[in-house]
Ligand binder design. Sequence first.
Ligand code: TMP
Length: 237
Amino acid sequence: MEKTEQLYEGKAKKVFATDDKDYVIVSYKDDATAFNGLKKGTIAGKGVINNKMSNFLMQILEKHGVETHFVKELSDRDTLVKKVSIVPLEVIIRNISAGSFAKRYGVDEGIVFDEPTIEFSYKNDELGDPLLNSYHALALKLATKAEIEKIKSMAFKVNEVLKDYFKKLNVTLVDFKLEFGKTSDGNIVLADEISPDTCRFWDSTTGEKLDKDRFRRDLGGVEDAYNEMMRRLMGGN
Ligand code: TMP
Protein backbone atom coordinates (compact mmCIF):
# COMPACT_ATOMS: atom_id res chain seq x y z
CA MET A 1 0.00 0.00 0.00
CA GLU A 2 1.18 3.54 -0.80
CA LYS A 3 1.27 6.71 1.28
CA THR A 4 -1.17 9.39 0.22
CA GLU A 5 -1.43 12.61 2.26
CA GLN A 6 0.31 13.22 5.59
CA LEU A 7 -2.27 13.16 8.38
CA TYR A 8 -0.10 14.02 11.35
CA GLU A 9 3.44 14.67 12.45
CA GLY A 10 4.39 13.79 16.02
CA LYS A 11 7.70 14.13 17.85
CA ALA A 12 9.07 10.79 16.65
CA LYS A 13 6.76 9.63 13.85
CA LYS A 14 4.70 10.81 10.92
CA VAL A 15 1.39 9.24 9.96
CA PHE A 16 0.19 9.01 6.36
CA ALA A 17 -3.15 8.06 4.88
CA THR A 18 -3.40 5.23 2.35
CA ASP A 19 -6.05 4.53 -0.26
CA ASP A 20 -7.79 2.27 2.29
CA LYS A 21 -9.56 4.26 5.02
CA ASP A 22 -8.94 1.51 7.62
CA TYR A 23 -5.13 1.59 7.30
CA VAL A 24 -2.41 4.20 7.76
CA ILE A 25 1.36 4.17 7.37
CA VAL A 26 3.58 5.27 10.26
CA SER A 27 7.03 6.54 9.40
CA TYR A 28 9.65 6.62 12.16
CA LYS A 29 12.02 9.61 12.43
CA ASP A 30 15.41 9.96 14.11
CA ASP A 31 14.16 13.02 16.02
CA ALA A 32 14.23 12.73 19.79
CA THR A 33 12.66 14.98 22.39
CA ALA A 34 12.40 14.88 26.14
CA PHE A 35 10.67 16.84 28.89
CA ASN A 36 7.62 17.56 26.77
CA GLY A 37 9.65 18.74 23.81
CA LEU A 38 11.94 21.09 25.80
CA LYS A 39 15.03 19.05 24.94
CA LYS A 40 15.49 18.29 21.25
CA GLY A 41 18.01 16.18 19.38
CA THR A 42 18.63 13.46 16.87
CA ILE A 43 19.54 9.85 17.50
CA ALA A 44 21.08 8.55 14.26
CA GLY A 45 19.36 5.38 13.08
CA LYS A 46 16.73 5.46 15.85
CA GLY A 47 13.80 5.50 13.43
CA VAL A 48 14.92 2.26 11.80
CA ILE A 49 15.58 0.55 15.13
CA ASN A 50 12.32 1.66 16.75
CA ASN A 51 10.31 0.63 13.69
CA LYS A 52 11.81 -2.86 13.54
CA MET A 53 11.90 -3.42 17.28
CA SER A 54 8.34 -2.27 17.81
CA ASN A 55 7.07 -4.48 14.99
CA PHE A 56 9.03 -7.46 16.30
CA LEU A 57 7.64 -7.02 19.84
CA MET A 58 4.08 -6.45 18.65
CA GLN A 59 4.24 -9.72 16.71
CA ILE A 60 5.39 -11.53 19.84
CA LEU A 61 2.50 -9.96 21.74
CA GLU A 62 0.03 -11.00 19.03
CA LYS A 63 1.23 -14.61 19.48
CA HIS A 64 0.35 -14.26 23.15
CA GLY A 65 -3.15 -13.02 22.35
CA VAL A 66 -2.61 -9.27 22.66
CA GLU A 67 -4.25 -7.50 19.73
CA THR A 68 -2.16 -4.71 18.23
CA HIS A 69 -2.38 -2.20 15.38
CA PHE A 70 0.49 -3.92 13.52
CA VAL A 71 -0.21 -5.10 9.97
CA LYS A 72 2.98 -5.19 7.90
CA GLU A 73 6.49 -3.74 7.88
CA LEU A 74 6.88 -1.90 4.56
CA SER A 75 10.48 -0.67 4.79
CA ASP A 76 13.20 0.25 7.30
CA ARG A 77 11.17 3.17 8.64
CA ASP A 78 7.62 2.57 7.43
CA THR A 79 4.93 0.25 8.76
CA LEU A 80 1.34 -0.34 7.75
CA VAL A 81 -0.95 -0.28 10.77
CA LYS A 82 -4.69 -0.34 11.43
CA LYS A 83 -6.15 3.14 11.59
CA VAL A 84 -7.26 3.78 15.14
CA SER A 85 -8.37 6.71 17.19
CA ILE A 86 -5.82 6.95 19.97
CA VAL A 87 -7.28 6.80 23.48
CA PRO A 88 -5.71 9.94 25.01
CA LEU A 89 -4.11 8.07 27.89
CA GLU A 90 -0.46 7.22 28.40
CA VAL A 91 -0.45 3.92 30.27
CA ILE A 92 2.68 3.35 32.32
CA ILE A 93 3.63 0.04 33.90
CA ARG A 94 6.51 -0.13 36.36
CA ASN A 95 8.35 -3.14 37.78
CA ILE A 96 11.17 -1.17 39.42
CA SER A 97 11.34 2.40 40.73
CA ALA A 98 12.88 4.90 38.30
CA GLY A 99 12.28 8.24 36.63
CA SER A 100 9.24 10.25 37.66
CA PHE A 101 8.16 7.58 40.19
CA ALA A 102 11.43 7.87 42.12
CA LYS A 103 11.26 11.66 41.94
CA ARG A 104 7.57 12.00 42.89
CA TYR A 105 7.76 9.69 45.91
CA GLY A 106 11.32 10.60 46.97
CA VAL A 107 12.75 7.09 46.66
CA ASP A 108 15.88 5.69 45.04
CA GLU A 109 15.82 4.20 41.57
CA GLY A 110 16.15 0.42 41.44
CA ILE A 111 13.67 -0.70 44.11
CA VAL A 112 12.09 -3.91 42.81
CA PHE A 113 8.32 -3.93 43.40
CA ASP A 114 6.48 -7.03 44.66
CA GLU A 115 3.77 -6.30 42.10
CA PRO A 116 3.86 -4.09 39.00
CA THR A 117 2.19 -0.68 39.21
CA ILE A 118 0.00 1.00 36.62
CA GLU A 119 -0.59 4.69 36.15
CA PHE A 120 -2.28 6.85 33.55
CA SER A 121 -1.49 10.27 32.29
CA TYR A 122 -3.71 12.43 30.16
CA LYS A 123 -2.08 12.62 26.72
CA ASN A 124 -2.14 16.38 26.31
CA ASP A 125 1.07 18.26 25.47
CA GLU A 126 -0.31 21.70 26.45
CA LEU A 127 -1.00 20.43 29.94
CA GLY A 128 2.26 18.44 30.11
CA ASP A 129 0.57 15.01 30.21
CA PRO A 130 -0.80 15.29 33.78
CA LEU A 131 -1.11 12.17 35.92
CA LEU A 132 -4.68 10.98 36.46
CA ASN A 133 -6.53 7.95 37.79
CA SER A 134 -9.25 5.91 36.10
CA TYR A 135 -12.03 7.95 37.76
CA HIS A 136 -10.57 11.13 36.31
CA ALA A 137 -10.29 9.44 32.91
CA LEU A 138 -13.98 8.48 33.15
CA ALA A 139 -15.01 11.98 34.29
CA LEU A 140 -13.15 13.47 31.32
CA LYS A 141 -14.78 10.86 29.03
CA LEU A 142 -11.38 9.78 27.73
CA ALA A 143 -12.58 6.17 27.65
CA THR A 144 -15.48 4.06 28.96
CA LYS A 145 -15.30 1.92 32.09
CA ALA A 146 -15.13 -1.24 29.98
CA GLU A 147 -12.37 0.23 27.80
CA ILE A 148 -10.33 1.22 30.85
CA GLU A 149 -10.68 -2.28 32.31
CA LYS A 150 -9.62 -3.80 28.99
CA ILE A 151 -6.65 -1.43 28.72
CA LYS A 152 -5.52 -2.30 32.26
CA SER A 153 -5.64 -6.03 31.69
CA MET A 154 -3.92 -5.75 28.29
CA ALA A 155 -1.17 -3.57 29.79
CA PHE A 156 -0.42 -6.09 32.57
CA LYS A 157 -0.42 -8.90 30.01
CA VAL A 158 2.07 -6.97 27.85
CA ASN A 159 4.25 -6.62 30.95
CA GLU A 160 4.22 -10.36 31.70
CA VAL A 161 5.08 -11.30 28.12
CA LEU A 162 7.80 -8.68 27.61
CA LYS A 163 9.38 -9.04 31.06
CA ASP A 164 9.93 -12.76 30.44
CA TYR A 165 11.14 -12.16 26.89
CA PHE A 166 13.69 -9.51 27.84
CA LYS A 167 14.91 -11.56 30.80
CA LYS A 168 16.23 -14.15 28.35
CA LEU A 169 18.24 -11.38 26.67
CA ASN A 170 19.77 -10.35 30.02
CA VAL A 171 17.68 -7.19 29.94
CA THR A 172 15.55 -6.03 32.86
CA LEU A 173 12.31 -4.35 31.81
CA VAL A 174 12.12 -1.55 34.39
CA ASP A 175 9.08 0.34 33.10
CA PHE A 176 7.36 1.36 29.88
CA LYS A 177 4.62 3.48 28.37
CA LEU A 178 1.85 2.11 26.16
CA GLU A 179 -0.87 3.74 24.09
CA PHE A 180 -4.06 2.10 22.95
CA GLY A 181 -6.33 2.83 20.02
CA LYS A 182 -9.89 2.11 18.98
CA THR A 183 -10.50 0.61 15.55
CA SER A 184 -13.45 1.68 13.39
CA ASP A 185 -15.43 -1.27 14.78
CA GLY A 186 -14.77 -0.19 18.37
CA ASN A 187 -12.11 -2.74 19.28
CA ILE A 188 -9.29 -1.67 21.63
CA VAL A 189 -5.83 -2.59 20.33
CA LEU A 190 -2.28 -1.82 21.41
CA ALA A 191 -0.98 1.07 19.26
CA ASP A 192 1.93 3.54 19.08
CA GLU A 193 5.33 1.87 19.62
CA ILE A 194 7.38 -0.24 22.01
CA SER A 195 11.01 0.80 21.78
CA PRO A 196 13.95 2.22 23.76
CA ASP A 197 12.09 5.57 23.46
CA THR A 198 9.17 4.24 25.47
CA CYS A 199 10.74 1.64 27.79
CA ARG A 200 13.49 1.58 30.39
CA PHE A 201 15.87 -1.30 29.72
CA TRP A 202 18.70 -2.09 32.14
CA ASP A 203 21.39 -4.68 31.48
CA SER A 204 20.56 -7.36 34.06
CA THR A 205 24.22 -7.92 35.02
CA THR A 206 25.74 -4.44 34.98
CA GLY A 207 22.65 -2.24 35.37
CA GLU A 208 23.79 -0.26 32.33
CA LYS A 209 21.00 1.84 30.83
CA LEU A 210 20.08 0.74 27.29
CA ASP A 211 17.33 3.23 26.48
CA LYS A 212 16.38 6.87 25.96
CA ASP A 213 17.45 7.83 29.49
CA ARG A 214 20.95 8.09 27.96
CA PHE A 215 19.58 10.97 25.84
CA ARG A 216 17.33 12.47 28.56
CA ARG A 217 20.18 12.51 31.08
CA ASP A 218 23.10 13.26 28.72
CA LEU A 219 24.84 10.00 29.58
CA GLY A 220 26.46 9.58 26.14
CA GLY A 221 26.50 6.37 24.12
CA VAL A 222 22.90 6.88 23.01
CA GLU A 223 23.22 5.28 19.56
CA ASP A 224 25.29 2.41 21.02
CA ALA A 225 22.52 1.63 23.50
CA TYR A 226 19.83 1.51 20.79
CA ASN A 227 22.10 -0.66 18.61
CA GLU A 228 22.82 -2.99 21.51
CA MET A 229 19.10 -3.48 22.23
CA MET A 230 18.52 -4.16 18.54
CA ARG A 231 21.38 -6.69 18.50
CA ARG A 232 20.08 -8.56 21.55
CA LEU A 233 16.54 -8.65 20.27
CA MET A 234 17.01 -9.28 16.57
CA GLY A 235 20.67 -10.16 16.12
CA GLY A 236 21.40 -6.83 14.45
CA ASN A 237 19.04 -7.37 11.49
P1 TMP B 1 8.70 8.40 33.71
O1 TMP B 1 9.42 7.70 34.82
O2 TMP B 1 9.40 9.61 33.17
O3 TMP B 1 7.28 8.70 34.09
O4 TMP B 1 8.62 7.38 32.47
C1 TMP B 1 8.05 6.11 32.61
C2 TMP B 1 8.21 5.33 31.31
O5 TMP B 1 7.46 5.91 30.27
C3 TMP B 1 9.65 5.27 30.80
O6 TMP B 1 9.89 3.95 30.33
C4 TMP B 1 9.70 6.24 29.66
C5 TMP B 1 8.28 6.26 29.16
N1 TMP B 1 7.85 7.59 28.69
C6 TMP B 1 7.42 7.76 27.39
O7 TMP B 1 7.41 6.81 26.61
N2 TMP B 1 6.99 8.99 27.01
C7 TMP B 1 6.97 10.06 27.84
O8 TMP B 1 6.58 11.16 27.42
C8 TMP B 1 7.42 9.87 29.19
C9 TMP B 1 7.42 11.02 30.16
C10 TMP B 1 7.84 8.62 29.58
